[in-house]
Design a protein around this ligand. Sequence first.
Ligand SMILES: Cc1cc2nc3c(=O)[nH]c(=O)nc-3n(C[C@H](O)[C@H](O)[C@H](O)COP(=O)(O)O)c2cc1C
Length: 269
Amino acid sequence: MSDQNPLTKILALSNDDPKKIVAVAVALCLVCSVLVSAAAIGLRSKQEANKQLEKQRNILQVAGLLDADTGVDQIFEQRIEQRVVDLATGAFTEAVDVASYDAKVAARDPELSTALSAEEDIASIKRKAKYATIYLVKAAEGGDYETVIVPVHGYGLWSTLYGFLALKPDGDEIVGLQFYEHAETPGLGGEVDNPNWRAKWPGKQLFGDDGDIAIEIVKSGATGEHQVDGLAGATLTSNGVHNLVRYWASENGFGPFLKRLSEELAQHG
Ligand SMILES: Cc1cc2nc3c(=O)[nH]c(=O)nc-3n(C[C@H](O)[C@H](O)[C@H](O)COP(=O)(O)O)c2cc1C
């Protein structure tokens, strides 16, 4: 009696038989897809944890707190306090859970975000989340906060740049600007990550004496407290950064929050 097992039947065929070739190819594809899916699922939590650590590393770096001898999570735990700000009022809110709130996800949710008009949308972000997570840097020796870090994003030439703007507690003087995600061209727009360019930001001020937004990226020859030189050969990315910094300093961004900070500092010193 002949063996009816299909597998045995296929294996018994000649290696040149098209049926065997197709069967082996299909079997190989199935095995590989199971392996890739298992790896993707198995590594997902590790990827998320690494993403979170990288974000924390960037937050510490923009505030000048990175220290080769101390772990990122340890410094973050000791020095950073996360709060959620209601962008419309500029006040802290507990309307959403600080641990799980994700402004990127919220910006796609009509209940948690609003569409921007073309006139408002100078950073080309289309929608804005109602709430934003900000980071307060506690002084090492306790007492007042020494830096406030706000998330910023906006379109460059090829991509949306995501980063952090660190400010003194007056909500005006810049401590640093750093991006952790973008797809601008390495060597051109990608020079936003160059430490030499990043070093041009500390000490600059967002607002003029009249309270209006004054920070600007100029093509070259920056002078004074409000101008930063653009990137050579990357005017379009520079324009994107100019627009996004001004957007997040505006009424539609963190304007109301930064105003509160400066008023609080004026009251309490
Ligand atoms: C392949 C390619 C990639 C480019 N990538 C960027 C970029 O990431 N950012 C940017 O501003 N300009 C980029 N440019 C250059 C822009 O097209 C444009 O020439 C430049 O922004 C003008 O800047 P400049 O006035 O400082 O020369 C790229 C050009 C090419 C051909």
